[in-house]
Ligand binder design. Structure first.
Ligand code: FAD
Length: 311
């Protein structure tokens, strides 16, 4: 941990990984194995997304517990308002608390699969800011509370200015860090960070980075999140789109170039959407020279606090 502290003092960036609860028992076991392996990359913390609905929600809580207590990983549990009356929220927060988790990403949530539009559950909350306030009221400062930020608009709202007002409300409700939707345009992101700061929001902003696994997945996710793809990315990836190995090689260079621009702009923490896969994320970290020396004994990540000066 001395090495990590030194790295941070030298302005060397830190990073974290997001995982989601898999649908099958075999998938869960595979993910535990992968999390164990990726622990050796030295993430500051890992996120586990909230799978709305009975079994998946339970699995998020279970995986937080295992990651935290068995694998010794600092965790951040996502929690959404979708289909969650207060008693269910209470149970999830109690489980997280008992597992030793001290970070919650408070979200409104996506609509359930069968519904097109998001609707509030009776006895639950309408907006993420309501959940932030609820957690703050019930648990004081036990949890660091994260919120989602959208540099290019979100699914049901593409008015970035209005979203900034809503972001400010979430911060005023007690949030302590922001994790953003994925993006591929560094300049656009850096400009958005300036607009966030101009709103008087001074909590850490953590950029969401999506490594490129395959061309089809890259296009699918960019389309889904409506994020801008810089023209030189399209020019580099389109001609090789049927060669997965080549796409990962070129994608690694492009994503690392994006990360370098962020680091140069003073953003010193990178959050990787791993999609539960190790390879593409590892390749980007290698390209950035951020992987620890694999021959030296494993270092435990520092207990993560956003106040450690991420940016
Ligand atoms: P909010 O900030 O509550 O906003 C929801 C909508 O309400 C927006 O359109 C907003 O503009 C509007 N709004 C907010 N406040 C007001 C107000 N005062 N008046 C009028 N309108 C208002 N989904 C999952 O299901 N599980 C996950 O684990 C998950 N993890 C995510 C992680 C990250 C980093 C991100 C960026 C998203 C994640 N999502 C997840 C998706 C997220 O739940 C959806 O994008 C959801 O549609 C919005 O959630 P939010 O927390 O941003 O909502």
């Amino acid at each position: 941990s001395q090495k990590l502290a030194q790295a941070r003092a030298e302005g060397k960036p830190t990073f974290s990984f997001e995982f989601f609860p898999p649908k099958t028992a075999q998938g869960v076991q595979n993910l535990y194995d992968r999390m164990d392996r990726m622990h050796s990359f030295g993430p500051q913390f890992v996120d586990l997304t909230w799978g709305a609905g009975g079994r998946l929600a339970q699995l998020t809580c279970e995986m937080v517990k295992v990651a935290q207590s068995v694998y010794g990983l600092e965790t951040c549990m996502h929690l959404t308002c979708t289909d969650m009356e207060k008693s269910k929220l209470d149970n999830a927060l109690r489980d997280a608390h008992q597992s030793g988790c001290t970070n919650i990403l408070a979200l409104r949530g996506d609509p359930p699969r069968e519904k097109e539009k998001w609707e509030a559950t009776a006895g639950g909350f309408r907006y993420a800011k309501d959940l932030v306030k609820y957690i703050r009221d019930r648990y004081g400062n036990h949890f660091d509370i994260g919120i989602a930020g959208y540099p290019e608009g979100c699914e049901d709202n593409d008015d970035v200015d209005l979203l900034l007002d809503h972001l400010k409300e979430k911060v005023d409700a007690g949030a302590t860090f922001i994790v953003t939707q994925m993006f591929y345009d560094a300049d656009l992101f850096i400009d958005w960070v300036k607009r966030v700061r101009a709103k008087g929001i001074d909590i850490p902003i953590i950029p969401g980075i999506m490594p490129i696994h395959t061309h089809a997945a890259f296009i699918r996710r960019a389309t889904w999140t409506k994020c801008n793809i810089p023209p030189h990315w399209t020019a580099a990836l389109e001609p090789i789109k049927n060669d997965d190995v080549e796409v990962r090689e070129v994608g690694k260079v492009l994503v690392a170039e994006l990360c370098r621009k962020l680091i140069d702009a003073g953003i010193l923490h990178l959050h990787f959407y791993t999609m539960n896969l190790a390879q593409a994320t590892r390749m980007v970290l290698e390209e950035l020279d951020l992987l620890p020396d694999m021959n030296s004994p494993l270092e435990k990540p520092l207990p993560w606090r956003p106040s450690l000066g991420l940016n």
